[in-house]
Structures are given as C-alpha cells and as structure tokens.
Design a protein around this ligand. Structure first.
Ligand SMILES: Nc1ncnc2c1ncn2[C@@H]1O[C@H](COP(=O)(O)OP(=O)(O)OP(=O)(O)O)[C@@H](O)[C@H]1O
Ligand SMILES: [Mg+2]
Length: 251
C-alpha cells in the first residue's frame, strides 16, 4: 500500500475524535421465524461504542454476529430495543432519515463482498457515492466522487486495477474494493463483517493492516470475527453468546 495521501482514508472530523458515545445499543432483541419455529437470536443486547474505537464482536457461527451488525447499520429492524447514533434512535427517525443514516454515516463491508459483477472496481466504489446523491446532486459531485474513488483504490493498493471487474480480481482484491466502497462517503463508522473470513492468511494480514491504519486515523470500526487472534488487534472485544453480548476483560 502506498504512503501517499495518508490522511484521505477517513473523514476529517474522525481524525481528532472526541471521546463520546457514537452508537448505543439498548436491549436489542431479534427473532426469526422459520418452518414454524421461532429462533430468538438476540436476547437483550446492550453495548456502547465510542467515537474512534475499534471494537471486535466475537462469537461462534450462528451466534448472531451478522444479525447484530445489520441492525447497527440500519439494514434490518429489531423486534425490541434501540440503536442510537449520536444520541438519536435510528429506528425512530422521521421519513427517509434512516436511508441517510445508512448512506452517509455507515460504511458496510459484507461477509461476502457484495460487489456488482457487471461493474468495474472503480464503478463499484463510485456506486456508494452515487446512492447518497440526488440526480442533480450527482452531476455536481461526480467529478469529486470519482477523484476520491480513484484515490481510495490507489490507497488500498488497487490503483492499477480500476477497470477490472470482480471476476478478474482475487478474493483479497475484491475485499479491498469493498473496503474502498465502504469508505467513499467518509462514514462515521465502518461496520465490517468477517473482513478476512474468506481470505488466506497473508491476504488477511494485509486487510488487517489496512483496518489498523484506518483505526490509527481515527475511524470508528465495529468488526465481526470468529478469530481471536484477529480480534486481539482491536481496542475491545465483545462476545456474543446465547443472544447476549459481554465484554471480554482479557486483552
Ligand atoms: N433471514 C433469516 N431468517 C431466518 N433465520 C435467520 C436469518 N438470518 C439469520 N438467521 C439465523 O439466525 C442465526 C444467526 O445468524 P447470523 O448470520 O447472525 O450468525 P453469525 O454469528 O453471523 O454466523 P456466521 O459466523 O456463520 O456468519 C443463525 O442460526 C441463522 O440461521
Ligand atoms: Mg455472519
């Protein structure tokens, strides 16, 4: 990864974070109904994530880590409880404000990349910026968004892969495109679901180095993993077990 433009990955305001709660999760419950059976995945989850913190969420497969991350990102709704961002409950915002929350304040890296196969790496990153704009707004912002997308891809080491489609990229390269897409709108919080889950060890280490660099620049990060070694790099480790979240006191 190159050393140039080392301050451009994260939002300017994230670089001098105030120590304040950014996200507060209170008594979160989520059930799924499947084949006549009820699965109570989250059973009263509480957590506070502070501005600038790097938090790892650990738990075995099926414990509800992705479910929790989707709720924090406003991608799904809880059955009970709240997620507050900057003091406001995201599920009680007026009108389309939850879409704005998702598009402007959150950057999501999915467990399986979710890149659009027919778009190039550059277009996949740009689509994140396009979604947040109106048609008029987009024509005004397009040039600036493209510059930022190119810069981000350069910073994640893909400056020479801008026009590659996902099928022509390796797993680690796809994950780096997904990270660049998540960062294109300078989100307040990066939510990363098993960002190294599908990668070999060396590629996983490169992705972790990138996440650590983002953290050093002040980016708030919530990262799901089942790997304790990977979680060791974070500021805090939270364990999801039997639908409840507990803080691990061991570092
Ligand atoms: N849309 C859904 N409908 C029904 N059940 C679901 C749904 N999404 C998740 N589940 C179930 O809820 C439980 C928690 O799923 P989740 O994907 O949150 O687990 P996870 O901790 O992320 O697991 P993994 O480590 O394998 O990714 C699982 O038993 C899963 O089968
Ligand atoms: Mg998962």
């Amino acid at each position: 990864m190159n050393e140039r433009a080392s301050t451009t990955l994260v939002a300017p305001h994230a670089q001098t974070p105030d120590p304040k709660p950014l996200i507060t999760v209170t008594d979160l419950h989520k059930h799924y109904h499947i084949g006549g059976q009820e699965l109570h995945v989250l059973r009263g989850v509480d957590a506070t994530i502070w501005n600038g913190q790097w938090v790892a969420v650990l738990g075995s497969s099926g414990s509800g880590k992705s479910t929790l991350l989707h709720l924090i990102g406003g991608l799904d709704r809880p059955d009970q409880g709240s997620v507050s961002f900057d003091g406001r409950d995201i599920f009680n915002l007026p009108g389309a404000a939850i879409d704005r929350y998702r598009n402007r304040h959150v950057g999501f890296v999915f467990q399986s990349y979710h890149l659009l196969p027919e778009l190039t790496a550059l277009e996949n990153v740009l689509i994140g910026a396009m979604i947040r704009s109106s048609i008029l707004g987009w024509s005004a912002r397009r040039g600036e968004a493209k510059r930022r997308a190119v810069e981000l891809l350069d910073r994640v080491g893909l400056g020479d892969r801008l026009n590659h489609r996902p099928s022509k990229l390796s797993g680690g390269e796809r994950q780096r495109v997904a990270i660049a897409r998540a960062l294109v709108n300078q989100p307040d919080v990066l939510l990363a679901d098993e960002p190294t889950g599908n990668l070999d060890e060396k590629t996983g280490q490169q992705i972790m180095a990138l996440i650590a660099e983002l953290h050093q620049q002040g980016q708030t990060i919530v990262m799901v993993t089942h790997d304790q070694q990977i979680a060791a790099a974070a500021d805090r480790r939270l364990w999801l077990h039997d639908g409840e979240l507990t803080e691990s006191l061991a570092s």
